[in-house]
Design a protein around this ligand. Structure first.
Ligand code: NAD
Length: 480
């Protein structure tokens, strides 16, 4: 049985308490490794190590930070297959997703921010004949990074990389449900020569190890991705301590499909945006609104293609969907299928538990579902399900589509399908979302701002937004 270790002050070690937690393999439902059940004492050790490393790391210069971060990215790239298999086994995601999305993007995150820091500048404001102001963007110190289970290494590195590149030292916690690739990352950092204490990875439960990171007076900024309810708890703890906070939270993203869309692209991308990673991506579209003129045609094609998706062993590259992340999560998703039925919805396909083989009979499999016939204000259309479940409804006018799309507490991403550039521009302006994709989905340029409005979060990640978040601003005014 693999024993995952914390990574504190450059060393791999169990929790100080000696406690362990079980780590389940979603594809089989069996415990296959243990993770440290860390608490505030481990977080204290991690913060001490980070504080000790900070003076050297923050002043070693951008070229040195670039060099080491690139080395880490190189090693991940060399071991892509090892990382991908670990990610697939640990999270239940299809191996093809881990190989083509998660791990390539994790190394790209590190490479992107390693390079971005070389080009990061700050403002200067000239007061003619009087003074010049220049802005310094300096590292903050020790920062906390907390990430979820759906894109484990991808989102972990999305936070850690800009934090390290800007000269901070980090205390990070991956999800207790998907700790494995963070452990591999720790081993990789040691090999790459990352100085001790610069990055510290503490494993364990959210309300225990995670809470201790947020509560610690020396973690001066917290970057968090996870559920909206958890974000609220974090904000309650961090706000009275005046910490900088970046919160990337839940979503209930709409796909708005007009009759003048490129039908083939719209339907094939909608299948992907609905069910990629078992629908467990914060950017997945889960409310599909189709202009009535093409509603039946679109629905039939969506259902036909959804039924053709293969769900099964995550390790088999033939499968489109693997297992959901946990038994509890599958039960939650299935609970929403019951709610949808009670609310008057018709399940057009999917929503069935499957057992791909005797060996995998304990795995958390669920076939992808499409639901029709629900009003916008019902729970199924208002609450985040975060699984392979989408709803579909018709609309008649642009105004109606806009009201439906904007009609939830969330505002992360939206997908818009139309060939009419004026309509796309008009709609994009009025959609309440941090990200609008027109005739595409998950097309990501790492320089662009990433994040949501309303209950989907506070702040933005990506590009200079992340570099700004992880730096403290100081204005220096020099009089002539
Ligand atoms: P979660 O909120 O349960 O957990 C996220 C992380 O926070 C985990 O590491 C967990 O251990 C930790 N945590 C839990 N309680 C904590 C506490 N009190 N203090 C500190 N840390 C704590 O979320 P999840 O179930 O792991 O992930 C799914 C959610 O994440 C969904 O809502 C999804 O939409 C969201 N998500 C958002 C984005 C985005 O960019 N907006 C991206 C991916 C996932």
């Amino acid at each position: 049985m693999i024993k995952i270790q914390n990574y504190i002050n450059g060393q791999l070690a169990p929790a100080l308490s000696g406690g362990w937690l079980d780590n389940y393999e979603p594809g089989t439902g069996q415990v296959y490794s243990h993770i440290p059940d860390s608490d505030a004492s481990d977080v204290q050790a991690a913060v001490d190590a980070a504080e000790a490393a900070f003076p050297t790391w923050s002043s070693c210069g951008v070229n040195e930070r670039y060099r080491i971060l690139h080395r880490i990215a190189d090693l991940i790239e060399e071991r892509l297959e090892v990382f991908a298999q670990a990610e697939s086994r640990d999270s239940g995601k299809a191996i093809t997703t881990a190989r083509s999305v998660d791990i390539p993007r994790a190394q790209a995150n590190i490479r992107f921010f390693a390079t971005a820091i070389l080009h990061f500048g700050a403002e200067s404001h000239h007061m003619e004949g009087q003074a010049v102001n220049y802005t310094l963007r300096q590292p903050i110190g020790t920062v906390g990074c907390i990430s979820p289970w759906n894109l484990p290494l991808y989102l972990f590195t999305w936070k850690i990389a800009p934090a390290l590149a800007t000269g901070n030292c980090v205390v990070a916690k991956p999800s207790e449900m998907t700790p494995m690739t963070a452990f591999l990352l720790a081993q990789t950092c040691i090999e790459a020569g990352l100085p001790a204490g610069v990055l510290n990875i503490v494993h364990g439960l959210g309300p225990k190890a995670g809470q201790a990171i947020v509560e610690h007076p020396k973690t001066k900024a917290i970057s968090f991705t996870g559920g909206t309810a958890t974000g609220r708890t974090l904000a309650r703890t961090a706000a009275p301590m005046f910490k900088k906070l970046s919160l990337e939270l839940g979503g209930k993203n709409p796909n708005v499909i007009f009759a003048d869309c490129n039908f083939e692209e719209a339907v094939s991308t909608t299948v992907r945006s609905s069910f990629a990673n078992n629908g467990q991506i914060c950017l997945c579209g889960s409310r599909i609104y189709v202009e009535r003129k093409i509603y039946d045609k679109f629905k039939d094609e969506l259902v036909r293609r959804t039924k053709a998706l293969k769900t099964g062993n995550p390790a088999d590259p033939e499968n489109d969907l693997g297992a959901l992340v946990s038994e509890q999560h599958r039960a939650k998703v299935m609970g929403y299928l019951d709610i949808a039925k009670q609310e008057g919805g018709t399940i057009l396909c999917g929503g069935e538990i499957i057992k791909p083989s005797a060996e995998l009979s304990g795995g958390y499999y669920l076939t992808p579902a499409v639901i029709e016939g629900l009003p916008n204000d019902c729970r199924t259309n208002q609450e985040e399900i975060f699984g392979p479940v989408v709803t579909i409804q018709p609309f008649d006018t642009e105004e109606e589509a806009l009201a439906l799309a904007n009609g939830t507490q969330y505002g992360l991403a939206c997908t818009l399908w139309t060939q009419d550039i004026s309509r796309a521009t008009r709609m994009a302006e009025r959609l309440q979302a941090g990200i609008v994709w027109v005739n595409c989905w998950m097309l990501r340029d790492l320089r662009t701002p990433f994040g949501g409005v309303k209950n989907s979060g506070v702040g933005r990640e990506g590009g200079t937004e992340a570099l700004r978040f992880f730096t403290e601003v100081k204005n220096v005014c020099v009089s002539y």
